[in-house]
Design a protein around this ligand. Structure first.
Ligand SMILES: [Zn+2]
Length: 255
């Protein structure tokens, strides 16, 4: 069975509780060898710490701050936490821009200022950065390029193909959620980006194949299947290359 990696999800979410064991077992059954869950605030970090400890060697985490919080104090707290716990964290994020939430200039500027801090922090820490960008793909890609960011994963990118290609040229990766089966934009993205720049994500509990249904990490097989169909390559090849990409970004030597 080919190996898959879910590079982005939120299994600390309240949507998972008593059945998390089963959810993770189901993922293993379909070939998922590793899950990267993303913590988004203080409470989420505490919960994620316990999950990573419990499922050591299977669940890893990135740590960031909910992009909807324009809160410098919280940003500093999370950065401090990451600095002190670097060995336990494999990346920064998710962090980023959300111009669907922030619709006026003043708020968008504050959102950008915080994102700029995160980009610099990730560079300083020499850690990968996992980027959220909603209705702001162009700005996120431009800011990352301007800052000279290198280890970048754009998750569930909703921007245009042109900007995605600019990012891919700089070595940015793009992770594709199971919602690709119902998203023309994601299908287009996959059509135009090289497989060498793609990874698989579930973004559980959201972005599942069916809108509104709880998504789980095992659904990365749906992303892989759809990518194989679009790229006209085998499912195995998609798993092999996306797994290799995930290892290159998050686990330079081994895991
Ligand atoms: Zn997410």
């Amino acid at each position: 069975m080919p190996e898959l990696i879910d590079v982005h999800c939120h299994i600390d979410d309240d949507a998972f509780g008593s059945d998390l064991d089963k959810v993770l077992e189901n993922a293993k059954k379909v070939g998922v060898s590793c899950i990267v869950t993303s913590a988004l605030d203080e409470k989420s970090i505490k919960k994620t710490e316990a999950i990573v400890e419990k499922y050591k060697g299977f669940v890893y985490c990135t740590v960031g701050l909910d992009y909807s919080l324009l809160d410098e104090e919280k940003v500093s707290w999370v950065m401090d936490y990451i600095t002190k716990n670097k060995e336990r964290i494999i990346g920064i994020g998710e962090v980023g821009l959300d111009f669907f939430i922030f619709r006026n200039d003043a708020l968008q500027e504050r959102n950008k200022a915080i994102f700029r801090k995160w980009i610099e922090f990730a560079k300083e820490m020499r850690m990968p950065i996992v980027v959220h960008s909603r209705s702001a793909g162009k700005y996120a890609i431009n800011m990352l390029i301007e800052a000279g960011a290198e280890q970048v994963l754009m998750h569930a990118f909703d921007g245009s193909v042109g900007y995605a290609i600019e990012g891919a040229k700089r070595g940015f990766y793009f992770s594709i959620p199971p919602s690709i089966v119902r998203s023309e934009q994601k299908q287009k993205l996959v059509r135009h980006l090289p497989l060498e720049n793609l990874m698989l994500e579930s973004d559980s509990p959201v972005l599942g194949p069916e809108k509104g249904m709880r998504n789980t990490p095992s659904n990365v097989v749906i992303s892989a299947g759809k990518i194989a169909e679009i790229k006209k390559v085998s499912y195995d090849e998609v798993c092999q290359i996306t797994t290799k990409n995930a290892r290159t970004l998050f686990f330079k030597n081994s895991y």
